[in-house]
Design a protein around this ligand. Structure first.
Ligand code: SAH
Length: 392
């Protein structure tokens, strides 16, 4: 096993079980990253932990075990997977929700990979090439962990020529669509269509609010709607009408389908394929307003007309969206941008509302749901930020 030296200045955080390795933490950056498990040491040859080096969006590696007598063998990983399963017992027992995060990377003890449960099927995401290269070992451990699976799919979430984003790996293929339940609402998912499946499981708590009371008798505008999951939750919860806006052509069919698998007539809802910023102009001109407006843009998007980034443009987005909120209505601002802190996000959103001249109050705040487990030593993994504002 290759030994990797950590700079003295970085040792302190690893002594507190911090899991992420960045290039500045290494004494020398290897020309080629080792393909297997490595051990990390101080410059004085004191043991720090076991892990691996793999370049991904954040960082270049993960510490996995801080115990010298606990090398990384298949039994170690089986135990991690089994513990993750035990911790999700309440999800497995809950018949009204059949899709959730089963293993959340470093939050469950192994950075660089996640496993989602879709009603018996597993979707594994690999975030770097090294962990992807170790997948046979990991899959074997998974199969020994007692996690039942009908079939397994994988998503490759790092750039590598010749590798497909999505593949079927093992077992039986899932039906297309695979209908999963979340708080009794059906969602049509496709486990082998690119990186996305049709539902973002991390927004469960927000959808539950929309479906359990918040939307009754209300109208809702859902911007950056993708397959319309927020709209479906609202309609299920008694919204009188929903409007979903997304630029992607596929969103029309997919959103219709999400309504229809719940017995809701999609033709009675508005599903609009349009740039959100163009839609704002249109809606303002027509003096349209909504009881609830949801904004959930991607962290970064570029189209022919414009570039949008949460870090730069969320204030402007909020200013536009807030104007469409009815008096005493609700604005829901969401982002998954890891590079924007809650404080910064909150101030961008509040400045955007202030610009409209209206008064407001924060009524709720959401982070990741509990199945997206975040460890105390790496709280920055809690990327999801959702704010609910009442606007006068
Ligand atoms: N809110 C959704 C997820 C949004 S994913 C949910 O909860 O399921 C981001 C979506 O934004 C994608 O579907 C993408 O097509 C859309 N999008 C990106 N830029 C856009 C723009 N300028 N106008 C409208 N939609 C946009």
């Amino acid at each position: 096993m290759e030994k990797i030296k950590i700079k003295q200045a970085s040792v302190k955080k690893y002594r507190k079980d911090y899991p992420l390795i960045q290039d500045i933490d290494l004494v020398t950056y290897p020309k080629e990253l080792p393909k297997g498990w490595v051990s990390f040491y101080t410059q004085n040859e004191e043991f720090i932990g076991y892990g691996y080096l793999g370049k991904q969006n954040k960082g270049i590696g993960w510490l996995i075990s801080f115990k010298e007598n606990q090398p990384l063998k298949p039994a170690f990983f089986s135990k991690l997977f089994n513990e993750a399963k035990q911790e999700r017992q309440s999800f497995f027992l809950d018949e009204s929700t059949t899709a959730f995060r089963l293993f959340n990377g470093e939050g469950d003890g192994l950075g660089g990979m996640t496993i989602d449960w879709y009603d018996g099927y597993l979707v594994i995401s690999w975030y770097n090439e090294t962990i992807y290269g170790l997948k046979h070992e990991i899959l074997k451990a998974l199969q020994q962990s007692g996690i039942p699976a009908i079939g397994i799919y994988e998503k490759v979430r790092f750039k590598k020529d010749g590798l497909q984003d999505s593949s079927f790996l093992w077992g039986e293929k899932a039906p297309e669509p695979l209908i999963v339940k979340e708080n009794n609402i059906n969602y049509a998912t496709y486990l082998n269509e690119g990186l996305m499946t049709g539902i973002f499981l991390d927004q469960r708590d927000v959808r539950r609010e929309l479906s359990e009371g918040l939307s009754t008798g209300k109208t809702l505008l859902n911007t950056f709607s993708y397959t319309g999951a927020f709209s479906v939750a609202a309609a299920y919860g008694g919204a009188t009408h929903t409007t979903s806006v997304d630029l992607a052509k596929r969103s029309l069919e997919k959103t219709k389908e999400q309504f229809e698998v719940n017995g809701i007539d999609g033709d009675k809802q508005a599903i609009i394929v349009m740039d959100v910023f163009d839609y704002f102009k249109y809606a303002l001109r027509k003096e349209m307003t909504f009881d609830i407006v949801v904004m959930d843009p991607p962290s970064f998007a570029r189209n022919k007309k414009r570039t949008f980034s949460v870090a730069k443009d969320y204030g402007k987005l909020t200013y536009e969206a807030a104007q469409l909120v009815k008096q005493n209505g609700l604005l829901i601002a969401s982002t998954n941008a890891a590079n924007v802190s809650m404080d910064k996000f909150r101030s961008m959103v509040e400045n955007g509302i202030k610009e409209t001249g209206r008064t407001f109050s924060l009524s709720a705040k959401y982070h990741l749901p509990t199945d997206f487990k975040v460890s105390d030593t790496f709280k920055e993994a809690n990327y999801l930020k959702v704010l609910f504002y009442n606007i006068k």
